[in-house]
Design a protein around this ligand. Structure first.
Ligand SMILES: Nc1ncnc2c1ncn2[C@@H]1O[C@H](COP(=O)(O)OP(=O)(O)OP(=O)(O)O)[C@@H](O)[C@H]1O
Length: 547
């Protein structure tokens, strides 16, 4: 039952995540973080709560029953309840409250940071190449010294620690009180003494204390448990920032015309900021028109807003103000599913899924993901066939498998178990350039779907060799028929000469637009950027055009 319920919840959680668009999922105020284990635990806790309530009632009934047959029984029953009630109200427990834990001590944070840098494999290379070992050790020591006696004990324990021993002494006293009273009773009235009732009394008192304690903890977690389940069911109704319209894309034109035309895009006074209440504008007052089937190159320095502009063109984000028109209609009027189906985006973020190579490429066109001929063709176009052929399991190689393995002991001594552990779920890494080729192949798979009207390529070749980069761009350019193609690149020399339109960005603004010849004649930002590239190959910088 546990597995079934967990799968049910997992399915729900997955659907909620998949439904969210990019801005909604990046908006911290919308963080949907329900997990199936929590939901299952919540159900378990509720069942336990019923059990504890039942247990409390039956134990209380037993105490009353015992008290009835004993001289001074009512007094004894009352004393039995003192200890559990004291525990119920006196113990400071963090888990019984709504809480947030964080460390604010700057020396503590610094010591933790250096410890992390020294022990985390992720930083190993950077630490080594920078020769930072000594610095890390020294700074860690300084932070530790400055920290002095500040305890970094488990937060739960820190919270329940008491300054005086009085509460502990009182708790012990109340626990023993019924027995002490009973013992005095027995001395004064030996005729009432019974070993059986003494044992029962002690047993009942002990159980009651424990039951009350459980009751307290169950009550405390119940609100949290119920909120997990509520969050799980409310997740599906988190509204997306990018709402879908009804207009289908491509518009209902003759089939022949659709095949030949790419997407036309117009931006009117567009301003954009990333999600978050106080985020600043990263694009301001952008107005431009990208004709259907044109080849556009976006250039500009780091941080000038090229990728942000791409995110607007590809409908991953919406502007803060201004309008975007696709084929003369507002972008918001179209079905988001249709627009996504017609768009291929190859970016610098190369995500390799924890799936085999063939599926990693096939996912560019999910409808044909298992068509091996297409996948192989796409890999060839993306320049990935060469390295795939060298992998031990070729198309079936899973580069970054999901890790589930753990062993009882680590490090283990050489032997059978250690060998097995080293073999299972071994990550076989490939180079950065090879990863980019793999992701590029996925884009070719997507282009081959035949639905693409807008192809956007955002600096996907940072790790590729110049030959690989040139060939990739040429192949992508070769696929541009019937598509509007947008390239973002710092090494634009060989592309901008083919471009119908160059958009030159600077500090979030579109500072120049036109063809290569027009922009060179302006002696402006584009001229400077082009000149910097040209200088890498010529002795002297290009002369400015006479203005
Ligand atoms: N997800 C994000 N959230 C908040 N700000 C962001 C985000 N991504 C980028 N920015 C900011 O937006 C601005 C423009 O960034 P963008 O990535 O569009 O520039 P770019 O021209 O593509 O840069 P590069 O050439 O380095 O890729 C930068 O100041 C950047 O810090």
């Amino acid at each position: 039952m546990q597995s079934r319920l967990k799968i049910h919840f997992q399915n729900r959680i997955m659907q909620t995540h998949l439904k969210l668009d990019l801005p909604t999922s990046q908006d911290n105020s919308n963080k949907f973080n329900a997990n199936a284990q929590q939901a299952w635990s919540a159900i378990g806790h509720l069942v336990e709560l019923f059990e504890v309530v039942f247990s409390t009632v039956s134990q209380l009934a037993f105490v009353v029953d015992l008290a009835k047959d004993h001289k001074g029984g009512i007094r004894l029953a009352f004393l039995c309840l003192v200890s559990p009630i004291y525990v119920l109200f006196s113990k400071r427990e963090l888990w019984s409250r709504v809480f947030g834990i964080y460390a604010s001590n700057k020396h503590y944070l610094r010591a933790k940071a250096f410890f992390n840098i020294a022990t985390n494999a992720e930083y190993k290379q950077e630490v080594m190449v920078n020769g930072a070992e000594e610095y890390i050790t020294e700074e860690f020591g300084k932070a530790e010294d400055a920290l002095g006696n500040v305890s970094d004990d488990y937060a739960f324990r820190l919270f329940s620690r008491t300054r005086t021993p009085v509460p502990v002494i009182l708790a012990d006293f109340f626990r023993d009180l019924p027995l002490i009273t009973y013992a005095i009773d027995c001395i004064l009235h030996p005729e009432y003494f019974s070993v059986a009732s003494l044992a029962m009394l002690q047993q009942t008192s002990e159980s009651l204390r424990w039951t009350f304690y459980r009751l307290k903890s169950q009550k405390a977690t119940m609100a949290e448990d119920l909120s997990y389940i509520k969050a799980l069911y409310e997740g599906v109704s988190i509204p997306n920032t990018i709402e879908s319209g009804d207009l289908s894309y491509p518009l209902d034109e003759s089939a022949e015309k659709q095949v030949q035309r790419g997407m036309s895009i117009e931006l009117r006074d567009v301003t954009f900021a990333y999600p978050g209440a106080d985020s600043r504008n990263v694009l301001e007052n952008i107005s431009t028109s990208i004709p259907a089937s044109s080849l556009v190159v976006i250039v500009g320095a780091n941080g000038s807003g090229k990728s942000s502009l791409v995110k607007l063109l590809t409908n991953l984000h919406r502007p803060r103000s201004g309008d975007i028109l696709i084929d003369s209609h507002p972008i918001s009027a179209y079905s988001t599913t249709d627009l996504r189906r017609a768009t291929a985006l190859l970016t610098q973020d190369h995500s390799v899924f924890p799936l085999n190579i063939a599926e990693n490429i096939g996912l560019g066109d999910p409808a044909n993901a298992t068509d091996r001929t297409r996948v192989e063709e796409a890999a060839k176009m993306g320049g990935a066939s060469g390295f795939i052929a060298k992998l031990a399991r070729k198309w079936d190689e899973v580069l970054f498998p999901i890790t589930t393995s753990y062993a009882s002991q680590y490090p283990m001594r050489p032997g059978d178990l250690r060998d097995v552990m080293l073999r299972v779920e071994k990550q076989s890494d490939i180079s950065g350039g090879e990863k980019q080729r793999l992701v590029a192949s996925r884009t070719f798979m997507r282009i081959m779907s035949g639905n693409i009207k807008l192809l956007v390529v955002d600096e996907p070749t940072s790790a590729m060799d110049p030959q690989g980069e040139f060939e990739l761009f040429e192949r992508l350019r070769g696929m541009r028929e019937g598509k509007t193609t947008v390239f973002v690149t710092h090494r634009f020399g060989h592309l901008t000469k083919h471009a119908d339109l160059i958009l030159c960005m600077k500090e979030g603004k579109l500072v120049e637009s036109g063809t290569h010849v027009e922009l060179m004649a302006r002696n402006g930002e584009y001229f400077s950027l082009y000149n910097i590239q040209a200088q890498a190959f010529t002795e002297t910088p290009l002369e400015k055009n006479p203005s």
